[in-house]
Design a protein around this ligand. Structure first.
Ligand SMILES: [Zn+2]
Length: 407
């Protein structure tokens, strides 16, 4: 049985309530009329959705400006009072609840404490010397404890914990099926972390969690179709199609890192040859530079430095990596036709070394109008990924069914 303590529960569990709340969260403050328009709901549906949220203090409504009341620039000043009071604006009460987000890399934990608006109040990092599930869980619990101690200074309850890890993560079941960098298989992380931390836990793929934050507050805000491609230790991709973050039927979607771009290429840790990640992942680049230059290169910082020095062979390794990433992005564009692709990840430190090849390979492989997709880069520190984990926890909080977790 899954243990999901419910210290705090959201008072409205209809899809409409979650939709209105998310709309106000990412676009607010809004008038009820605007919120309904953006969420595609009737005024009556909005009224029904916001009533319990206002009553429980998750939303607050206050006086707005004349403009918000629908009085455009051309409105006659004298006519305003006659039209009654200005339309009130609805906004999320960030102080109402707090959340914790944790992003785990292969050797570090990054955690943030956020309010209900997903604004970061505090960020902490801790090394992860032992990545086996037991010690890693103890390290996560230690960080969560530290952030909760800080949260205790305010009246707001900590209502959820989000944990983001790379790899194949089944969010619905709360299980990490396979995480290559942590070397985890079938770890019931939500259940274990919930027992260790005493909070409801949402576990998600790290890039997908980052994509939620980008959709709500970042470069994906207002777009119905976009992708986040992350380069670094792994090559990941978060997809938003028709306004929804795609997880796929089995929790695996957007595995751009394992698109095969060179069937005769190097062997990937997944067992195939020539995956994007086997050519453009940090470890692949470091190994290849070691091979072609004969230098003792141990990490990507050293690899980037050698390429910047113009060492023969090193630049070509990055060029090849850029080509692989560009082809991968073109495949995403050809399949889904996103309006924008946001490239991020710690691998952006080497971006000048492969930017040209990414753009060239993308332009060559993108079919027709798919090439019109806006490819942009956006450096996001790991705290933003942790914030994504908190966003995933907020998402669970506002959409969970009251009966779930009580059985
Ligand atoms: Zn692979």
């Amino acid at each position: 049985m899954r243990s999901t303590p419910h210290a705090e529960t959201f008072p409205a569990h209809s899809p409409a309530a979650a939709q209105v709340f998310t709309t106000v969260l990412s676009h607010g403050p809004l008038t009820r009329l605007d919120a309904g328009r953006r969420a595609g709901l009737s005024p009556a549906a909005v009224t029904k959705a916001v009533r319990p949220l206002l009553a429980a203090g998750y939303l607050v409504e206050g006086a707005g400006s004349g403009e918000a009341a629908g009085l455009g620039e051309g409105a006659d000043e004298a006519a305003r009072p006659a039209l009654g009071r200005p339309a009130a604006l609805v906004r999320v009460n960030g102080e109402r609840a707090l959340f914790i987000g944790v992003k785990a890399t292969g050797d570090e934990l990054i955690a943030v404490l956020t309010d209900l608006c997903c604004r970061v109040r505090l960020a902490r990092r801790a090394p992860l010397p032992d990545r086996t599930p037991g010690p890693a869980l103890a390290a996560i619990a230690g960080l969560v404890h530290e952030l909760r101690a800080h949260a205790a200074e305010s009246d707001a309850p900590v209502a959820g914990l989000g944990i983001a890890v790379s790899g194949d993560v089944d969010r619905a079941e709360g299980v990490v099926r396979y995480s290559p960098f942590l070397d985890w298989r079938d770890v019931p992380l939500a259940e274990l972390a919930s027992a260790a931390c005493g909070l409801p836990v949402t576990v998600d793929n790290d890039v997908r969690a980052l994509t939620v934050a980008e959709q709500w507050f970042g470069a994906g805000a207002g777009l119905s179709d976009f992708a986040v491609v992350t380069v670094g230790a792994g090559i990941g991709c978060g997809l938003v199609v028709h306004g929804r973050v795609v997880a796929g039927a089995h929790g695996v979607a957007g595995e751009i890192g394992h698109l095969v771009v060179d069937p005769a290429g190097p062997v990937c840790h997944c067992g195939n040859r020539g995956c994007v990640e086997a050519i453009a992942g940090d470890a692949a680049i470091v190994a290849r530079i070691r091979e072609v230059t004969g230098r003792h290169v141990t990490d990507s910082a050293a690899a980037v430095a050698l390429a910047h020095q113009g060492l023969t062979g090193a630049r070509e390794v990055y060029a090849r990596a850029g080509e692989a990433i560009g082809r991968g992005i073109a495949t995403v564009a050809n399949l889904l036709g996103p309006e924008r692709v946001i490239i991020s990840g710690e691998g952006l430190a080497a971006y000048d070394l492969f930017a040209e090849q990414i753009r060239e390979a993308f332009a060559t492989a993108a079919f027709g109008s798919a090439a019109r997709c806006d490819v942009q880069t956006r450096p996001l520190p790991f705290e933003e990924w942790a914030r994504g984990a908190a966003a995933a926890a907020i998402q669970t909080f506002i959409t969970q069914h009251p009966s779930s977790g009580k059985g």
